[in-house]
Ligand binder design. Structure first.
Ligand code: DP6
Length: 328
């Protein structure tokens, strides 16, 4: 059985260079969280028949099953084996809470499936494997802060595939960050991030400029993490996320994940800053807001955003551990 936690990007992954290999256009950097683990068990069946996937006690079908089967085919090919798999996975994220369940899901599946099929892979190779399931999953192999290399600048897709993995990045001990998650809407998203990314890259005139500025953001972010400068980390994360959403708003047709309630939470974050609290927002492919702050300020931030979305819709997270095998 394998365990993995979600991660939230402070420098976003948005846009692929190659969809089949899940190679991103830009590098991204995230914090793995200490809430909502996913646990996954993979057992091998007798023959080569269809895989069986049970998600929170319910049999998966359709697109979810197809995506996992494609991933398992990759593992089988690498292992030189053909047996079908029975996958049981439990995800404790409330449905649609916007905590990137595909990240913890495919990170746990990569670890559990590699072990079940007898593949001995180190964390870097597991990260490359998890990437093929969902790009952001490559980062959940590691605890704390992780940087996923895009592999851009390589001569071929094969070379990019070989070097596109995540690895831990250094941060000062004194940083002590928290991410306060404000759940604006717990419903499923209307447009998948995969489809939205494709549309943004293909049609948004702002995509190229954002990708270029993201590289500069990343360099500044790494320096700010090493300095333990939470204000700078937050400012860079917020502008990078808003820029990502700007690329989507400029797509044709526009992709808009942010709702009126999202903007009200953003106003509350600005108010907190006016009151002297270091609080910075980041949003992914949905309306929910994750607010980066010092752990010492987390209760105050939770109160402020809870006044907008309701106290029961707020979750406080800290840095969490990387994915791992829980038993043989
Ligand atoms: C906005 O990793 O879910 O959360 O690779 O197509 O599965 P696929 O996409 P996914 O996209 C995550 C996008 C994001 C930003 C991020 O996590 O970096």
């Amino acid at each position: 059985m394998a365990l993995a936690h979600p991660n939230i990007a402070l420098i976003k992954y948005w846009g692929k260079r190659d969809e089949g290999l899940v190679l991103p256009v830009t590098d991204s950097l995230s914090m793995t969280l200490d809430v909502y683990p996913t646990t996954t068990r993979v057992r091998l069946g007798e023959g080569a028949g269809p895989d069986e996937v049970v998600f929170n006690g319910v049999s998966a079908s359709g697109e979810a099953l197809r995506r996992i089967t494609v991933f398992l085919d990759l593992v089988r090919e690498r292992a030189g084996r053909t047996q079908r798999a029975v996958v049981e996975t439990r995800n404790t994220v409330p449905t649609g809470a916007g905590l990137a369940s595909s990240a913890s899901g495919f990170a746990a599946l990569a670890v559990a499936a590699a072990a079940a099929y007898g593949l001995r892979l180190d964390a870097r190779e597991l990260s490359r494997l998890a990437r093929r399931g969902s790009g952001s999953a490559s980062r959940s192999l590691f605890g704390g802060f992780a940087l996923w290399h895009s592999g851009a600048g390589t001569a071929s897709l094969e070379e990019a595939d070989a070097v596109s993995y995540a690895e831990p990045v250094a941060a000062a001990d004194g940083l002590d960050p928290a991410l306060v998650v404000a759940v604006v809407n717990a419903g499923p998203k209307e447009v998948s991030s995969r489809a939205a990314m494709r549309q943004t890259v293909a049609t948004s005139p702002l995509y190229g400029p954002w990708a270029a500025s993201s590289a500069a953001d990343l360099a500044e972010m790494r320096a700010a993490l090493v300095r333990g400068d939470l204000e700078a980390v937050g400012e860079i994360a917020e502008r990078n996320a808003l820029g990502m959403h700007a690329t989507m708003l400029a797509a044709r047709p526009a992709v808009r994940y942010l709702s009126p309630a999202t903007v009200t939470v953003l106003d509350a974050v600005v108010e907190l800053r006016r009151a002297g609290v270091a609080a910075y927002a980041t949003m992914d492919a949905g309306p929910n807001v994750k607010v980066l702050c010092r752990r010492a300020d987390a209760a105050r931030v939770a109160d402020a955003v809870g006044a907008v979305v309701g106290a029961s819709s707020v979750v406080v997270a800290g840095p969490g551990p990387g994915a791992r095998l829980l038993d043989g």
